[in-house]
Design a protein around this ligand. Structure first.
Ligand code: KG4
Ligand code: ZN
Length: 325
């Protein structure tokens, strides 16, 4: 069994997963405190991880009906993410692994989002993968379990960031994606026309103009009209984000001999995106909600194809902040 930790952002996550990709437990402790600040406060995130990580690991083992003695590999997110937050997971993983002389697998967070698709019944490569989270948005070609080739990426904001910033402009809570999406379900997506950066060539994305367009619209309407038309604004804004994503996905799929699509990252939890992806007409795999947003089961999944580091080599392991692949 693999015991995995994930602390790249604000959620403290631990999971127990078998070599075959069967999830025995998948525990996530979210930090409600960030709602008050309208975003993630890195120092708070680190403190939360520090206070909770041991209890979350214990809970993951307990829910799996296992102890540390049952683990044959410890896996941990090495980056990208908030370095202070990552280091709590890395230090904890080192301690757990070293205490039993277990090997340790250092996993890339984005590869984890891809590998969420390999869990349980699994979706096998090759496929095109849309990764859309709060920190990253990219389209990749996945030909094996070990990595991916980036075909396009956002030139500015991530899709999840666009959801979060839009939600903030509409006075909704943080994280904004689920709140904005919920409000959008009561609105008319054709009420307002927001830009999809269709002119950005190839498979790259741009969400900065969309966010600015909403800002100007909210200013034009004023607080009362904005509140009255909030559902229509949310629906139109969500429509534009999803349209921008689907447009590039379709472009990427057109170039494939055997087009198949997988989606990962927090935005993959979005109902409209899932519907639109399913309607493209190619085989599509989207992990269940809890495996789309940050979790440690996806890190364990990716760890199955990472070269493990033996004790004591990993004691020098560091975290990295920015995307490598
Ligand atoms: O992958 P994730 O949990 O963390 C990062 O690695 O960033 O993604 C979080 C992002 C947030 O921006 C959040 O607003 C967005 O995913 N998100 C959603 C939904 N659920 C989460 N966006 C749109 N619709 C949702 N239902
Ligand atoms: Zn993530």
């Amino acid at each position: 069994m693999i015991l995995a930790l994930e602390t790249s952002c604000d959620d403290t996550c631990a999971a127990v997963v078998t070599r075959a990709g069967e999830i025995r437990s998948n525990v996530v402790s979210s930090q409600a405190v960030h709602g008050r600040f309208g975003g993630v406060v890195p120092e708070w995130a680190s403190r939360h991880h520090l206070e909770n990580v041991n209890a979350i690991v214990d809970l993951a083992l307990q829910q799996a009906g296992a102890t540390l003695d049952d683990a044959e590999l410890i896996a941990v997110t090495q980056g990208p993410g908030l370095v202070g937050a990552l280091l709590i997971g890395v230090a904890t993983a080192k301690g757990l692994a070293a205490s039993r002389r277990l090997p340790l697998a250092a996993v890339d967070h984005l590869q984890g989002h891809v590998a969420a698709n390999f869990l349980e019944e699994g979706f096998e490569p090759p496929f095109i993968c849309l990764l859309a989270s709060g920190g990253h948005t990219l389209i990749a070609r996945v030909t094996d379990h070990r990595g991916y080739e980036t075909l396009g990426q956002t030139l500015d904001d991530a899709a999840g960031e666009a959801f979060d910033k839009g939600a903030r402009l509409l006075g909704l809570g943080y994280p904004g994606g689920p709140a904005l999406s919920k409000l959008a379900s009561e609105g008319d997506p054709t009420a307002f026309k927001f830009p999809t950066a269709a002119r950005v060539a190839g498979l790259d994305f741009s969400f900065a103009g969309l966010k600015t367009a909403l800002l100007y619209k909210v200013r034009d309407l004023g607080p009362e009209e904005t509140a009255r038309q909030a559902a229509d604004l949310a629906a139109s804004y969500e429509f534009a984000i999803v349209e921008a994503l689907i447009m590039r996905v379709e472009r990427a799929l057109e170039a494939e001999n055997e087009p198949r699509l997988a989606i990962g990252g927090g935005v993959a939890a979005n109902r409209l995106l899932r519907e639109r992806a399913a309607a493209i007409g190619v085989p599509v795999h989207v992990p269940e909600h809890a495996l789309c947003t940050d979790n440690a089961a996806m890190i364990a999944s990716a760890a199955r194809w990472v070269e493990p580091q033996p004790f004591p080599d990993y004691l020098a392991l560091d975290a990295y902040a920015t995307r490598r692949a």
